[in-house]
Design a protein around this ligand. Structure first.
Ligand SMILES: [Zn+2]
Length: 249
């Protein structure tokens, strides 16, 4: 697996990425674990549109997202539903609020394209938070060649178990794709169900991989979010010191 190979600096990607996006990030630009497909020119510098919107206007980009979901039909045409186990037509439509939404007869309500990506990963429809939906939208935009992750320098001991290589690659992707409202040092949750969906690994493999990565100090426990441990990649910079006198405002 390419995901478990050792990391080396690859300035080619960095120079491609540098200055075009995320100029405020203080991360060392370096090739991420997974080879990032750069065949399509980045139409985005750092991010797309409003953060709440996966699909405002811009038919080419919506079409790219739909293709990444496995939908080849032109916009507004019905197509075979891409959700797991669904065998009926589905469609996307543009809402009055300016969002592209996906609907089929088995969904209680229409879903955003990021949610559809999540349902495919989970293998079923499920309730996900807006925050999680945003992470899946970023993943979809990456797969649609519309968004590129901020590369992170991650040192992984060799030999690295295959599952650990996959998990750390996906953590890098997750952190690197996050909206820039998240500072680069911000810890991230990677709860088991989510991790299984995001990596495609079984529960046991995810647990073993995370245990290994923690022992290898590739990831570190940062705290707890509402329900889950939050992590920080060793490559993520430490939080900045508190300014003297506290933060104004
Ligand atoms: Zn369906």
């Amino acid at each position: 697996m390419s995901a478990s190979r050792p990391l080396t600096a690859q300035p080619a990607l960095a120079s491609r990425a540098d200055g075009r996006r995320a100029p405020d990030l203080r991360l060392v630009p370096i090739e991420p674990l997974e080879r990032i497909e750069l065949s399509a020119p980045p139409s985005v510098q750092g991010r797309l549109y409003g953060d709440r919107d996966d699909s405002v206007g811009q038919g080419d980009e919506t079409a790219a997202r739909l293709r990444a979901l496995g939908i080849e039909r032109p916009l507004f045409k019905r197509f075979p539903c891409v959700l797991p186990g669904h065998e009926h037509p589905a469609r996307v439509h543009f809402t009055s609020a300016g969002f592209w939404q996906y609907s089929c007869e088995a969904l209680a309500r229409s879903a955003g394209l990021g949610e559809v990506r999540a349902f495919i990963a989970y293998g079923q429809q499920r309730s996900i938070s807006r925050v999680e939906a945003a992470r899946w939208r970023e993943r979809l935009d990456f797969e649609a060649h519309l968004r590129y992750p901020t590369p992170l320098r991650v040192e992984v001991p060799d030999p690295c178990p295959q599952a650990a290589g996959i998990v750390v690659a996906k953590m890098q992707l997750f952190v690197g794709l996050r909206d820039r409202r998240f500072p680069p040092h911000e810890p991230f949750p990677f709860a088991r169900d989510f991790a299984m969906a995001y990596t495609g690994l079984t529960s046991d493999r995810v647990r073993g991989a995370i245990d290994w990565l923690e022992r290898a100090q590739v990831i570190k426990r940062a705290g707890m979010s509402v329900r889950a441990i939050t992590w920080r990649l060793a490559a993520q910079p430490p939080p900045p010191p508190e300014p003297p006198g506290g933060v104004p405002g």
